[in-house]
Write a protein that binds this ligand. Sequence first.
Ligand code: KG4
Ligand code: ZN
Length: 339
Amino acid sequence: MIVLGIETSCDETAAAIVTLDKRILANVIHTQVDDHQPYGGVVPEIAARNHLAYLDRVIQKALMEAAIHIDQIDAIAVTAGPGLIGGVMVGVMAAKVIAASLAKPFVAVNHLEGHALTARLSNNVEFPFLLMLMSGGHCQILMVSGVGHYEVLGQTIDDAAGEAFDKVAKSLDLDYPGGPQVEKLALQGDPKRFVLPRPLKGRGGCDFSFAGLKTAARNIIMAGEVQTDQDKADLCAGFQEAVKDCLVDRLKNALAMISIEFSTVVLAGGVAANQYLRSALTEVCQSAHKEFVAPPLKLCTDNAVMIAWAGIEQLRLGKSSPLDFQPRPRWPLSELKGN
Ligand code: KG4
Ligand code: ZN
């Protein structure tokens, strides 16, 4: 089985071709970062127009990379939500047209399920597993017990972790997306110089909160305490350290809360690209005798490989979607129907 995956829910226009036996034949990503950088965040209207302009070329490039003809595609999987709806509609319409013209199955994929199932493609992770989903728009801890089976143990009550990285970076006049910039500067910084809060740390449950931490970092900047490159590095290090402490605390709580048997903790979403956070979470898992898995960096940030793979996971359970499936701007994992 060869599946074409399409991803257009944020600022990456992506197409990928993946096989049932886990071969990635193509992984093409056209990033729009430069178009959104002047605004310090993704502008939905610009994103949607760019997806329209680039998607057909991105799909053609994927077919060329895989060295296959479009007739050899067995099914089309596309992000149908959650995300910026203009962009999602562009991808969904393209996928529906290709599926209809080839008379092949169409699979509407939840973007978060794409992130969630990536580790099964990259690391052969078995169900059930604990998932920390940390991206620009989402921040959740979930128990994943099967395709479509997600139990949310906790989530952010305000900003997502990636969003907090991006907003602090913006306050420091760093380029968008902020996560990688903050991580890089933090390497030269003193994490103890600025005193920052650890929201919800020490409390029960697995919810997250990053708004207070972000505001505290901003207040330090507004007070004029961050002038030199070293000041910036120190603030980045302090902020990253605080995020790390929150994630570690929440993961420990989640591990203590779960009663079912499982062996693996997966970190997914764009924030999983952060090596400092990865190593801290790895340590927690080692002490709890759990395996820690984070997919390769290029599969952690938004891509279409994960969408093609989530499509394959559904198809091999005999599932696909009707061509009148409506794109969903909001689509919590807890609303997916399992088997
Ligand atoms: O999963 P993703 O590519 O897109 C969403 O679905 O949101 O995640 C993007 C987010 C951005 O907020 C970005 O700043 C963050 O992931 N990110 C990072 C790092 N690389 C990307 N955050 C912290 N450290 C990083 N190295
Ligand atoms: Zn994402």
